[in-house]
Design a protein around this ligand. Sequence first.
Ligand code: NAG
Ligand code: NAG
Ligand code: NAG
Length: 269
Amino acid sequence: MVSLHFRLSRSVIALGVALTLATSAAAECTRESLLAVANSYLAAQTSGKTDGLKLAASNFTYQENNKKADIAKGLLSQPLKIDLNRSTADTVACASYSMFISSTGSKPYVVGTQIRYNGNDTSSIALIDTIHATTGDLFFNAKKTLDYIQKEDWTDLEASKRPSRDVLKKAGDAYLDMWTDAKAADTIPWGTDCERVEGSQYTRPCGGSLPRGGSAKPNGNRRYVIDEVVGSVDVLCSFDSLGNMPDSHEIRIQDGKVKYVHTITALGR
Ligand SMILES: *[C@@H]1O[C@H](CO)[C@@H](O)[C@H](O)[C@H]1NC(C)=O
Ligand SMILES: *[C@@H]1O[C@H](CO)[C@@H](O)[C@H](O)[C@H]1NC(C)=O
Ligand SMILES: *[C@@H]1O[C@H](CO)[C@@H](O)[C@H](O)[C@H]1NC(C)=O
């Protein structure tokens, strides 16, 4: 009996080890793995080479400014010198958001990209979803944007000071609802010292001069990356309230109040 029990438990342990090995082939969705892929995306953009990215063999989609595109011909195939980048991670949705500014090339860019996966496996990228703005887009001036954004502080918040996922999602939604809902602006916890950078247009405090309804068309097709550690939400959307513009709105909440708002808006050309 003793030896049978011993052999049984050994085989249970062996099975456990085999299962662990099998699941570790698929990379788990952790903050570290999400940020590692975000960095590999930024490295790919720097080199203009996508071979270092773990794209899913099937079910991979590349999207630019809300339209499906060919990754081999898109922005990611053009090497860009990146002046500033920053990424956030959403371990619940298993997604990341990266923003970067490239201000010195012949064509400057400000870019926001969400990355999603098959299941929760960060070794299998299912979607690279990019909003990019360049010369001619709304309030576009990459050097001015860089100048504002590089002064900001986006360090992780202390565990006790992190806004909940729900608070972040509501702030992102209320912001995008301001154009259709006259009461939305008053539901947002504006910080007195909050800064808004829309393209390169700077407003401080950011809770001044807000839209209060007026459009019949809600901003649609919203995709969220919510990071409680940084206290941020990024929403990619189609900015339909003002006319079907591919758009990214990112908000950071600090001490329970909105501290930063960034927008990247393309004109859908
Ligand atoms: C992104 O920014 C970090 C510093 O915040 C820097 O160390 C890294 O090299 C940058 N990545 C790229 C691809 O420029
Ligand atoms: C396919 O990719 C999407 C994201 O673009 C993801 O939500 C979905 O889970 C993937 N499908 C499968 C079968 O894994
Ligand atoms: C991914 O992980 C989240 C959080 O642990 C879980 O709620 C969700 O069901 C998982 N999704 C898949 C497709 O495994």
